[in-house]
Design a binder for this molecule. Sequence first.
Ligand SMILES: [Zn+2]
Length: 431
Amino acid sequence: MLEVEDVKAKVVAIASKPARSSRILENGCILSVGTENLLALLRDGGPQPTASLGDLVNSSRSKAMQDLAELESLGLVTRGGKAPSRGGRRSTIVSLSDSLRYVGVDVGATSVSVAVTGGYLNVLQYAEEESDVRSGPVAILDQVERMIREAFGVASGPLPAAGVGLGLPSPVSFSTGRPVAPPLMPGWDNYPARDELAARLGTAVTVDNDVNIMALGEKHSGIARSQDDFLFVKLGTGVGCGIVVEGEIYRGRDGCAGDIGHIRAGDPTISCHCGRTGCLEAQVGGHALARAAILGAQSGESPRLEARLREQGRLTAMDISRANEFGDPFANRTIRRSGQVLGEALAGIVNFFNPALIVLGGGVSGFGQLLLAELRSVVLDRSTPLATSGLQLELSTARERAGVIGAAWLASDTFLRHATNAPAALPASAG
Ligand SMILES: [Zn+2]
């Protein structure tokens, strides 16, 4: 559970945003802004004593009680159990309904992960399968729909969930839920992913870029939990950066903010699939590292990678990581070189953005502390002292679940803000 002061600061921040008007649900119920804050408080801070609710959402006790009654009548929250006494009468605990469900989906270049969560975004079920995003949107959404329906045990009809969040490895127009000019993803450009999946599942769908959802997941349940200004750098097949400003994702005008993979750093002569040379992704992305591993194996520089290549017939970035654990000098050099190139790119970004924290996640972050140490030394060396004086550089602690938890967070955010199908989202049968 969050400290009361943290929660309070967070909710005051939400409450101080330009007020959104009350919303009318499809069944005629009205979900007011106060109830939205109360739901966000419970989601992010866990169950709370009724006596503290007014303080926590920065409203009067009577208004908080009115909002609470509204949410109770919609079946979204329950009262039960007693909080520890603070001297007077013991207060009742308010919790989110046990039957509230969200779905988080993380589509990567080579895999699909699906999580079903409860109202606090606690993962109840998790599944991951291999896939190839280049097989196109219809094949991928078929797979996503099947995995979600299997998780709920519902073969057809509307899904008993309050919403689905979907992350795609592409710039995304957040307002339309469509990918925008994704490189190397035939058929996806401007595809109506949000509306298509919503029609298939009969529930609200929210789509965002995969790195943005990882940043949100890290903020909800990882090392960025108490941070409002940070960067989440994903090192995977692609390289990208989620930008969190004052607690919210910054997406830019076209949804491509943080697309740092094609920043120039390191060796300016290396050619990239984008047609230019010297791109970050062409040196520290998953494909580039797999190629480096094969070169190391074939040149005889790394006997360990050579043996591994003979065994498996292929190599990935993770094989470099394993070889390094066995003291392989080539692997060690390759990881340190990656840290240097990444550090070069991030140093300028640190000067520009002055983040409190940079989190490294994605498959290649399995290079771990060695990568981080190299990265840290380059960033500290090249950024201004003021920009780095309070800067933390850390590995993701939400790890491979950052994406699905963040996607579920996005689904909950849409639900809280719009709640157009609240009662329908809570059937008695929801597992
Ligand atoms: Zn490029």
